[in-house]
Ligand binder design. Structure first.
Ligand code: HMG
Ligand code: MG
Length: 301
């Protein structure tokens, strides 16, 4: 089986992971991101310039991002749903925007209060601003296999939205299984179609683990040539507009899988796990990462 020779991890714990959590302070977020960078993560989604009325948990993104002390090789990104968000993101100094829409009309309405078509129109000035500031733009498509409001989503619906985001100028599309309902056959069916139209190096996978399928779905995507994986330390996460959806696949579990497949990641698993434990202590919960729990019990044995 030919797996990609290297994989890029996009760590989304500080954004996707914490956007549902009310009890995290700005200082704890800063500490988390700096610890993730020390563990070797190079691509870190650090916050979201979204409406604080919609997602108050991300209201301190400017304070978090501007306070960070990080090595030069670490690239930060932030969600920018509209021009206002993009202007704030420029001010924060991030070098990457992430725009987000969905393959489901109902989810798009609930999440960003507009239709898919309107979301694409909103992104036009965001793309212009990005170009003017030499900022790259990543595109998210949510609900790529299923929607919490509409049920099954067909691959051709996903393809349509991916094409529009690529035409806008996104360098990469991250495919979100927002509610974690995918299984490997569904991922295969989706990628079979997408890869007929889009090169594999323009696609990333962003799988939530609600039904425990994220790792097996990632393995399928790796087999099909995908080499960018989004994940969240300790398996933190969820979406405020996808009730019942649990966290992203845990970064610790993805790293363990990749190393086991012979794909080196340059990430220090123990440092990563300890960053996860620290933020989980702040949240008063345990990591959902099995690898993290296993490492912990090995250390305390
Ligand atoms: P709206 O209410 O339609 O926007 O929200 P509006 O333009 O009418 O503005 C309403 C108010 O919000 C105004 O303030 C604006 O200034 C303000 P007021 O005049 O009432 O005082 N506002 C903003 N403030 C700060 N930053 C901004 C901003 N924009 C407007 N950027 C909007 C539309 C898109 C803003 C809103 O729906 C929103 O913020 N949605 C974000 C929802 C969100 O963050 N969801 C979670 C992230 S997506 C996700 O988790 C999925 C993903 O992980 C992939 C996957 O798993 O599938 C990425
Ligand atoms: Mg997500």
């Amino acid at each position: 089986m030919a797996y990609p020779s290297s994989v890029r991890i996009v760590e989304v714990g500080a954004r996707d992971g914490l956007q549902n959590e009310v009890s995290v302070t700005t200082a704890q977020k800063i500490k988390l991101i700096e610890a993730l960078a020390k563990a070797g993560l190079r691509n870190i989604e650090a916050g979201a310039f979204v409406s604080p009325k919609w997602v108050p948990q991300m209201a301190d993104s400017m304070d978090v991002i501007t306070a960070l002390t990080l090595p030069d090789h670490v690239e930060l990104s932030a969600l920018t749903p509209n021009l206002k968000g993009a202007e704030l993101a420029v001010q924060s100094g991030v070098k990457e925007f992430a725009i987000f829409t969905a393959a489901s009309e109902a989810f798009t309405q609930k999440n960003i209060n507009c239709s898919i078509k309107e979301s694409i129109e909103r992104f036009l000035p965001v793309m212009e601003l990005a170009k003017a500031h030499n900022i790259r733009v990543r595109g998210y498509v949510s609900c790529v296999v299923g929607c919490p409001y509409q049920g099954e989503v067909e691959p051709h619906q996903v393809l349509e939205v991916c094409k529009q985001l690529l035409a806008l100028g996104c360098y990469e599309i991250s495919l979100g299984d927002t509610v974690g309902v995918g299984t490997p056959n569904k991922v295969e069916r989706l990628l079979d179609l997408l890869l007929q139209h889009i090169p594999s190096d323009k696609l990333a996978v962003h799988f939530h683990d609600t039904y425990g399928q994220a790792l097996t779905n990632i393995h399928k995507a790796l087999e099909m040539g995908i080499s960018v994986i989004d994940s969240a330390v300790a398996g933190l996460g969820g979406c405020p507009y996808a009730k019942g959806a649990s966290g992203n696949v845990a970064t610790e579990d993805v790293i363990y899988l990749l190393e086991g497949l012979g794909i080196s990641t340059g990430i220090d698993l123990e440092r990563l796990a300890s960053a996860g434990w620290e933020i989980c202590r702040a949240l008063n919960k345990k990591p959902v990462s099995k690898v993290s729990l296993a490492l912990q019990s090995k250390c305390s044995a």
